[in-house]
Design a protein around this ligand. Structure first.
Ligand SMILES: *Cc1c(COP(=O)(O)O)cnc(C)c1O
Length: 416
């Protein structure tokens, strides 16, 4: 929800200048209207298939206020850890709309999720099936499971965010999954309810989603012939978003129509686990120019946000658009925008053309709502930055800036 008024960039009705002044820099900013609109867009796209549950993938952005907004709109949640489970318990999520993914669920995580009454576990290995069966027996109950199958589909995205290839650590190879289903259906404390796949992230081509779902459909019929009745098909997340000005991601409506077409044949419950496509473009990171430096080859703008605050550029060479918070039209120069961290890889963007830069002015890093603040670290002993939600004319702190005392509090100085 960006607006430009008198050359100043606004998120909803609040200028980035004002936000930087009040909340300091660096600082994550989210637009509530953008979050709500993205969710309503999904709901609208899937309204032709009433058995759909959207389970927001908490790991994309796990701020409690953001979870609460999605919860109020009727979202469920896809979680991957006890910490994420605690978050969604805290905001009053409906256990029946919660699914639990992840390759390394511990005994205590499994027990806690069973006790909370989640909809199902997305099981990623034979060992995990045994663990869930054992724990649910101890608890005197039956745990609902879906098996995450690895459909061996290339989503044509960055290798680090491709998760459904044969070589990936996720899921059970689709050709081995029948054995897993047979084993699971014999276990006394397991109830098999679903089939799950998640093939990757930032996917622009809809064909891999269709191919993956077609393989799940095939498996669904095979299981039905064996007397195993599947109630849920979970197609994971992964829909891509626009980062570059000329990116054209698929619309939620196009995505939905392709999925719904296949689901109408299968006719069971559908679970979606979108993360990035709900929050990515609702968030920004504001940063301040600290110094400008010229070497014989490059102009550098050194800013106060680094790879510890936003890791994606360093980790995946991901592109984030960066613009001035007050635009001007003179003296265009090309800069590498770099952070304060003592690593050569601490580059937020290469070769950015910006006009008339002054020290102390604010830059806006766009599309920072997903895998931004959640991936931040304390490297170089830098406290984590605050998060702010803008709604209309008002800005709310939804995460306070970490203090250095908090950063040191778990460390123990031993007697030497
Ligand atoms: C990360 C993840 C998602 C969300 O992916 P996006 O690309 O952000 O939509 C969904 N499901 C699982 C299992 C994941 O690991």
């Amino acid at each position: 929800m960006l607006n430009v008024i008198d050359n100043k960039l606004f998120v909803e009705d609040v200028s980035f200048e004002y936000l930087a002044g009040v909340h300091g820099t660096p600082c994550y900013i989210y637009s509530k209207a953008a979050l709500v609109n993205e969710f309503l867009d999904y709901q609208d796209a899937f309204k032709g298939y009433s058995k759909t549950t959207i389970c927001y993938s908490v790991k994309a952005n796990s701020n409690l206020s953001i979870l609460k907004i999605f919860n109020s709109l009727g979202s469920g949640f896809d979680i991957v850890s006890e910490g994420e489970l605690d978050r969604i318990i805290k905001i009053g999520a409906d256990p029946k709309k919660v699914v639990f993914s992840g390759v390394a669920k511990s005994d205590s995580e499994i027990a806690k999720a069973i006790e909370f009454g989640i909809c199902f576990f997305n099981v990623e290995s034979f060992d995990e099936l045994l663990a869930i069966n054992r724990i649910s027996e101890d608890l005197g109950t039956k745990a609902r499971v879906s098996i995450r199958v690895n459909p061996d589909i290339d989503p044509k995205t960055h290798p680090y965010i491709s998760t459904g290839l044969k070589t990936s650590k996720f899921g059970i190879a689709i050709e081995d999954s029948l054995d897993a289903y047979i084993e699971a259906s014999k276990m006394n404390n397991i109830q098999v309810v679903g089939i799950d796949a998640h093939i990757g992230s930032q996917i622009f081509d809809l064909q891999p989603f269709e191919d993956s779902l077609a393989r799940l459909e095939n498996l669904f019929y095979k299981l039905r012939d064996m007397g195993i009745n599947i109630q849920f098909i979970d197609i994971g997340g992964g829909l891509g978003i626009k980062y570059k000005d000329d990116d054209i991601p698929p619309t939620k409506a196009d995505f939905a129509s392709k999925i719904i077409k296949i689901m109408k044949n299968i006719n069971c419950n559908l679970v979606l686990e979108p993360g990035r496509s709900l929050v990515g473009n609702a968030g920004y990171l504001i940063t301040k120019v600290v110094y400008e430096k010229k070497s014989n080859k490059k102009n550098f703008l050194i800013v106060d946000a680094g790879m510890n605050d936003i890791l994606r550029p360093s980790l995946y060479s991901a592109y984030h658009k960066i613009s001035k918070s007050i635009s001007s039209s003179k003296n265009k120069k090309v800069y590498d925008i770099v952070g304060p961290i003592c690593e050569t890889g601490d580059v937020l963007s290469y070769d950015v053309a910006l006009n008339d830069i002054k020290l102390g002015e604010n830059l806006v890093i766009h599309s920072a709502g997903a895998y931004g603040s959640v991936m931040s670290s304390n490297y170089n002993s830098r406290p984590k930055v605050p998060e702010v939600l803008v709604s209309g004319k008002t800005s709310y702190t939804i995460k306070k800036k970490e203090t250095i005392d908090q950063l040191l509090q778990n460390e123990v100085i031993i007697d030497d």
